[in-house]
Design a binder for this molecule. Structure first.
Ligand code: FPP
Length: 258
């Protein structure tokens, strides 16, 4: 704990933020936070910049927020970086986003290794360009022994496809006798999804003012607390993450009970 505080003292930009950070650690921290990082394009347009400039800025925020989440004790951070629908965007934009994992990991992988962050990805890896896939696989491999924050990139991810693929696998396993139809319940079905082994998100954050899920973790978000903000992802600061956690800590989660 002392080490954590010391490290935080070196990194925080303001003492007020530092205090809020220490304060939230007195209460349960959401174990799994999922973020729909939205608004990169609008951030760029507002500055008369090409959309890709917004994605580049957004990438820098990923680093900052990962660091902070790790420091306050979040166990899993899932970031929606590219959906199965995002392939419909102009080729130049798609190509650029596909270069970001390489750029991000090229610069920050040593830092992630040092900070005990474990990188994971959910989504169909096979459709990714080889350079993107290679960068992700290297990061997964280089951090596989790490035990700190699990940084889970949702890349080429779509929740409906995930569910359909899960159903197909269940049917196959039923046919081949690996499981019995009667054994299928919420828990067993969860193990057929890309989040196998992960807890469901406790907190979902979506930036940019849009109030929708956009095909993100439809099964896993059943009992998640949602926090929406008008802030565009490239403007998202540590303060906003802390605010979301504070709001979460003041919510009463009843999971359908009273
Ligand atoms: C949505 O904003 C954002 C994306 C589709 C891309 C998100 C990617 C990053 C934040 C960088 C990812 C970094 C790594 C390391 C993989 P939008 O473009 O839809 O914004 P708009 O709604 O304002 O147009």
């Amino acid at each position: 704990m002392l080490n954590k505080i010391k490290r935080w003292k070196n990194q925080s930009s303001s003492s007020e933020l530092r205090e809020r950070m220490l304060k939230i650690q007195e209460h349960p921290i959401p174990s799994h936070i999922a973020i729909i990082m939205d608004g990169n394009g609008r951030w760029a347009s507002k500055r008369a910049l090409p959309r890709i400039a917004g994605h580049h800025e957004g990438m820098k925020v990923v680093r900052k927020i990962t660091k902070l989440a790790n420091e306050v004790g979040v166990k899993t951070l899932t970031l929606y970086a590219f959906s199965t629908e995002n392939w419909k965007r102009p080729k130049l934009e798609v190509d650029y986003i596909m270069k970001l994992p390489e750029e991000f990991l090229g610069s920050f992988l040593p830092e992630l290794v040092e900070e005990n962050v474990k990188v994971q990805m959910m989504g169909d890896k096979n459709m990714l360009p080889p350079h993107t896939k290679a960068a992700i696989e290297k990061a997964i491999n280089d951090t596989k022994q790490n035990t700190g924050l699990l940084l889970n990139f949702a890349l080429n991810y779509g929740s409906r496809t995930e569910i359909i693929e899960g159903i197909k696998e269940v049917l196959n396993d039923c046919k081949s006798g690996i499981i019995n139809e009667n054994e299928l319940n919420e828990e067993t079905f969860s193990s057929y999804l890309m989040t196998k082994g992960l807890s469901d998100p406790d907190l979902l954050i979506r930036t940019s003012g849009e109030i929708r899920l956009s095909n993100f973790m439809l099964w896993q978000l059943a009992y998640t607390e949602f926090w929406f903000t008008d802030v565009l992802w490239p403007d998202f600061e540590g303060d906003h993450l802390i605010e979301a956690i504070e709001v979460f800590q003041n919510r009463q989660r009843r999971f359908g009970g009273v």
